[in-house]
Write a protein that binds this ligand. Structure first.
Ligand SMILES: C[S@@+](CC[C@H](N)C(=O)[O-])C[C@H]1O[C@@H](n2cnc3c(N)ncnc32)[C@H](O)[C@@H]1O
Length: 355
């Protein structure tokens, strides 16, 4: 057996890593605060010159005490560098300030997850989204999505859209290589993909299968875009195995949606989809699998996102290993005839048909 312990970091390094975890919530709030107050931008704008706490205080209106206490921590976090009472931006600081993915993830953690994450242990022990109570009294977050407080809703959608928007252009080309006439978008949310599809192809009709709140939003947005003629809604509770899927689709499209369900629930959804398919129907599953990522940072983000599902969303779902999803696809009587990685920011597309 390989001696994995000897490949580990030194005890001193490990103790340092452990402190980063111990103070993790505080370092996160420090990063949010230097971003939101303009302190980090003031450091960035000073470029090679560097800038003193006094000058940052004048620029931002934050007390010198506030600037110093935050930036001393930011220096420990290797976000900035401090020398001779001046501060310079380091690369991590650059990404905190300018990287869209980092911005979207930080806002999602702050507005959707932060307060509720305190209840993670309860969520794990009781297999329920124990943190959701800080946002409202719903059984799961999807039932409350249309009614979330405005800032929470904004950050939730920015997070959801950021990842799918990056993948959608490539996906349109892939799905419309054999143009479907009827596409059913399972968990189609507010209809972003549906609108893109009808704009891409003048002959396609899209039906969104989702909960009533999301269908209301989707209808409104389709009307505002003048696209409501070919975008329809079909109300369904995907958790209810007694609600069959409508028949007649050339394509079932399930994007970033199965991660909202447990493996058992996924099987129920896929079985109902399979029951509504013919030999010519194709079912697409778009997901981000943590084992299919090229970058360690992406794998890290996905495993962290899983815990959002645990504590805030529904208590029993996650970002899956591709192996676990493939098992459910097969158990539902489907086979994958095309498997494509690295779409957008780390998405994988399975094209499935009846076995
Ligand atoms: C993460 S969003 C995915 C949105 C979109 N497909 C995309 O790719 O960006 C998950 C969607 O699944 C829907 N959903 C979750 N639970 C559901 C349920 N029990 N019944 C119907 N739809 C559900 C949510 O309302 C939401 O629109």
């Amino acid at each position: 057996m390989k001696d994995t312990l000897s490949q580990d970091i030194s005890a001193v390094e490990a103790k340092y890593e452990a402190q980063k975890i111990a103070f993790g919530p505080i370092t996160f709030q420090c990063a949010m605060t230097i971003r939101n107050t303009g302190i980090l931008k003031a450091v960035a704008d000073s470029r090679k010159e560097g800038i003193s706490a006094d000058d940052i205080s004048k620029k931002t209106g934050i007390s010198k005490y506030g600037v110093k206490v935050l930036l001393d921590m930011a220096a420990s976090m290797k976000v900035v560098r401090e020398e001779n009472e001046h501060f310079w931006l380091l690369k991590t600081g650059y990404f905190l300030l300018n990287d869209k993915m980092t911005e979207v993830n930080m806002d999602f953690v702050q507005d959707v997850c932060y307060e509720g994450s305190y209840y993670l242990e309860e969520a794990i022990r009781e297999v329920k989204p124990a943190g959701l109570k800080v946002l409202g009294e719903w059984e799961n977050i999807y039932k409350g999505l249309a009614e979330l407080p405005e800032q929470v809703r904004k950050s939730w959608f920015a997070f959801d859209h950021f990842y799918s928007d990056n993948a959608f252009p490539t996906l349109l080309e892939m799905v419309f290589k054999n143009p479907p006439r009827k596409l059913y978008d399972v968990g189609g949310n507010t209809g972003r993909w549906a609108r893109l599809c009808v704009q891409h192809d003048p002959n396609v009709e899209v039906t969104i299968l989702d909960l009533p709140g999301q269908l209301r939003d989707a209808k409104k947005q389709a009307e505002e875009a003048g696209l409501s003629e070919r975008i329809h809604g079909h109300q369904i509770d995907l958790l209810d195995d007694n609600q069959p899927f409508p028949k007649g689709a050339d394509v079932f499209w399930i994007s970033q949606c199965l991660d909202c369900f447990s493996e058992e629930e996924i099987l129920g959804i896929l079985k109902r989809a399979a029951a509504a398919m013919t030999a010519d129907t194709r079912l697409y599953i778009l997901e981000t699998y943590w084992d299919r990522q090229r970058f360690e940072g992406a794998e890290y983000s996905l495993n962290a996102t899983s815990l959002y599902f645990t504590v805030m969303a529904n208590g029993n779902s996650r970002m899956y290993h591709s192996r676990d999803m493939i098992k459910q696809v097969h158990a539902a009587g489907l086979i994958i005839d095309e498997d494509t990685d690295d779409i957008g920011l780390g998405h994988t597309l399975f094209r499935c048909r009846l076995a």
